[in-house]
Ligand binder design. Sequence first.
Ligand code: FE2
Length: 364
Amino acid sequence: MNPDFVPINGTDHIEFYVGNAKQAALFYQHCMGFQLVAYAGPETGVRDRASYVLQQEKIRFVLTTSLQSNHEIADHVRTHGDGVKVLALWVDDATRSFRETTLRGAEPAAPPKKLTDEFGEVIVSSIKTYGDTLHTFVERSRYSGPFLPGFKPVSSSLKVTPIGLKYVDHCVGNVELGQMNRWVNFYEQVMGFKLLITFDDKDISTEYSALMSKVVSNGNGYIKFPINEPAKGKKKSQIEEYLDFYHGAGVQHIAIATDDIIHTVSELRQRGVEFLRVPDVYYDDVLDRVGHINEDLQALKKLNILIDRDEEGYLLQIFTKPVQDRPTLFFEIIERNGAKSFGKGNFKALFEAIELEQGLRGNL
Ligand code: FE2
């Protein structure tokens, strides 16, 4: 028996529901170096929504907004603010993926459907995961268009320089207190994922707040989903702050891999992206903890990039501030030099930096 009953080739795309997709598309182009590649909206015969497809290397983001008040997308934005609606998975067989997962208890969101246009055909199907988030299975082996049938290839007059973002490394979900194991079980039973790592509140607690986290991964390891839940601390957990403002479970952060984090983060900072700040003392003894690294420590310190090591190597990482006004979704930029872990050695410094921001928002 093949235990991998949902073989996944990688992340197909991530779709965000936003209040103003036209303006959000400019943020991802100008600040994060994505190219506009496709569009669907009134000009292409779609009456109820507008979607912009942005691409950089293997990463595809779709920004979708509603054109109507009484609409599922408008409801989503009213409840959650801008946020991730779909974590789409690239599969060879979207019909089988839907059948295998729903047989094992996944709640269906959309049965398999064949979409066609002049570029060929795509089969898509969707199931529900935590909160209002969906997993869409995308089977695109017989398709040569820029995104999905119905989308028109477009280019922007904006001159965009890519910044070295390569692929989605992992996507993290925040779920309600007591729900982490339920969703870990979902990924194990329904999707055939394996539990990779567990962090308890002793690993991830500061003076004030705490959280627990488990990381699940699919058969080939290309898909990694850490799942967080709040844990009791003296004050409000950063996960509770997210749940309050997102009004429920949802995607907390998307980690994007780069081969040259110094270049990538220099570009992001120049273009106005804001990052969490850890105190300079972090760098005083970091090399005692992580040992030799190839990069110049002063360059990392100047950009406030964090360092961690596991048995297999080291990693460099940094976290943006939330990318919308609600303290919900943010991005991580990560460069792996052998390390397969998630930066456990940085949790304390990082969460103290988050709590500083939480305090400024009056949410601690
Ligand atoms: Fe992460």
